[in-house]
Design a protein around this ligand. Structure first.
Ligand SMILES: C[S@@+](CC[C@H](N)C(=O)[O-])C[C@H]1O[C@@H](n2cnc3c(N)ncnc32)[C@H](O)[C@@H]1O
Length: 269
């Protein structure tokens, strides 16, 4: 994967989450886990087409959404005119300190060039006492509800990706595992917690699974495979056999609270 990850998302913006509502379904589950109060000033960081924006608006939050991919911001603005949407780098936000009550980011922090910079910016733009929550790429987890057996589609898909990782060039694919708890801790967040969000997404057939794979981060993996291995990978996805064609996924929703000034002073003394 050359360049920053948002460039791929800009290319796929028109098709993103259109084959099946994978990210939108996760967004609804993540917002249920975060439970932002109606009326709060809510920032959706790396918003894509608005997986978190939609359920946050539905709860009555005042939503600002940012993404580095202009195509994503165009799609989000068209679908959710009630949100304020900006093309902006999550690692260098132009908002003033303490602007938001809640900052949330689904499946974006681990694909930033510098995940710690994104978390530091979330901390800066939160008001004291506000909470930042994010999903994606965490190497540390309590595990959450077990939704996968060995004949599950998600397990079979993971096995296939695992097998073909050997054919990627150095630095191929997208994203690096992050330790969510360490990232939150190092930025200064307190009261860390891990909640869970889960989805079960039915696919009509394995052709749809392949088309879906080309509309988000998996595409970086597929494009980085050598031509012959890509063709083989395609055939293997189409031939995947599982108990059913339902993709069950669980994600940790890591969050932390920005301490109030009094708490910061007592920590320093
Ligand atoms: C996997 S998508 C997730 C989008 C959305 N949060 C969702 O759950 O559907 C990752 C998003 O992060 C965005 N992104 C990547 N790098 C970024 C950056 N430096 N600043 C802001 N957004 C970025 C991409 O453009 C993409 O829309």
């Amino acid at each position: 994967m050359q360049g920053s990850s948002w460039e791929l998302f800009d290319r796929v913006a028109a098709d993103y989450d259109e084959v099946v509502p994978f990210f939108a379904s996760f967004g609804t589950a993540i917002i249920a886990a975060i439970d932002p109060p109606p009326g709060c000033a809510f920032l959706d960081l790396g918003a894509g087409r608005g997986a978190l924006t939609a359920p946050a608006l539905a709860r009555g939050c005042r939503v600002t959404a940012v993404d580095a991919a202009p195509g994503m911001v165009r799609e989000l603005s068209a679908a959710f005119p009630a949100a304020e949407a900006y093309t902006m780098d999550a690692q260098a936000l132009t908002f003033a300190d303490g602007t938001f009550d809640v900052v949330a980011s689904s499946f974006a922090i681990h694909i930033l060039d510098d995940p710690a910079a994104g978390v530091a910016e979330a901390y800066r733009v939160l008001r004291p006492g506000g909470r930042f929550a994010f999903t994606g790429g965490s190497s540390r987890s309590r595990g959450g509800p077990a939704v996968s057996g060995e004949d599950e589609l998600g397990v079979r898909l993971n096995e296939l990706f695992g097998e073909f990782t050997a054919y990627l060039p150095p630095n191929g694919s997208m994203g690096t595992p992050v330790d969510a708890a360490d990232l939150l801790d190092e930025a200064g967040f307190v009261d860390l917690r891990e909640d869970f969000a889960e989805v079960a997404i039915p696919f009509p057939d394995t052709g749809a699974l392949w088309r879906w794979s080309l509309t988000h981060g998996y595409r970086a993996f597929i494009e980085d495979l050598p031509d012959d291995r890509r063709a083989e990978f395609h055939e293997r996805v189409l031939a995947l056999a599982a108990r059913d064609l339902v993709l069950r996924r669980v994600s940790g929703v890591w969050s932390g609270r920005k301490p109030s000034p009094a708490q910061i002073l007592s920590c320093q003394s």
